[in-house]
Write a protein of this length. Sequence first.
Length: 90
Amino acid sequence: MEETTFNIFQNLAFPIAVSAVLFVGGFYFAKKMLQEMHDREQSNLKLRDQYIAYLQMANTELIGAIKENSTAFNNFSQTLDEFKKLLKDH
């Protein structure tokens, strides 16, 4: 790369050579930035998918806990009704 840069400065006028080197450098910089953006986007998508899976699992567990609490509350309510009837009878 050093030799080609040196040859550009020898064969072309200085402003053209500087422009060419800056253009090539800008191209490599842009290519690297695009690759980094792509990698970051893929990482963010993976993290998002993991977060969605976690939320779905937490939602499933929460629904299970609510069902269990509802069943326990209904059983408790029936037990209180039976206790109420027992107290009325005696």
